[in-house]
Design a binder for this molecule. Sequence first.
Ligand code: PGA
Length: 235
Amino acid sequence: MLDHTLAIQRLLAVAKKEMDELKGIDSGRLSIGIVSTVNYFAARLLASFSRQHPNVEICLDVTNRETLLRKLALNEPDLVLMSQPPSGLDIEAANFMDNPLLLVAAPGHPLEKSKRISLKSLTGETFVFRESGSATRLAMERFFGEYDFQPKSTIEMNGNEVVKQAIEIGLGISVLSAHTVELELSAGRLIVLDVAGLPIVRRWYIAHRTGKRLTPTALSFKQFVLNEGKRQSKQ
Ligand code: PGA
């Protein structure tokens, strides 16, 4: 029964999408999946798209990379926003913006004024790790691997917000996307340490499964994101 119910639900979703296509780009439902780090600029993007297409019903699903990849494999969202599209899954991905990862610490850190700090000199620090399944964590681990670096002490926390708070109260330091710390850096609540090899420059992509039939609304959102990316990189 469960299999039949799921099959019917999938058919109904396809039928609804095709109806939306007939109606054109100014109506229908747009389902977007994003990794939690994209949350820091997604609201801005969706708000301006929504102003141009007020009748489109947007459904935003925020999760970490691992969960998003599972949903992408099931072809659930219309489009996803993430960094580094996975290999091993048929995906059409277009990059639209840089995603620099920085080493962030609390103000007053003894190395605040130092230049080109070597990773090795941070061995005694406590590093705050994102939860496993996070792409930010993966990028940080890969970076440590390249320099054969192992911090003496680590803490694991679930999500960017709690990691930032931990850094702010001096619990440790971490590598985070610049998008997540814009406000704290400009308010002087966090600082960036100038570590050799950083920033890690990754890119943001808008992606969907290859062969997915995008509705006119989804196509128009994709184009909108690509244009916004171009506009931001010119600023
Ligand atoms: P995350 O993903 O929020 O799961 O760390 C960020 C990314 O894809 O770079």
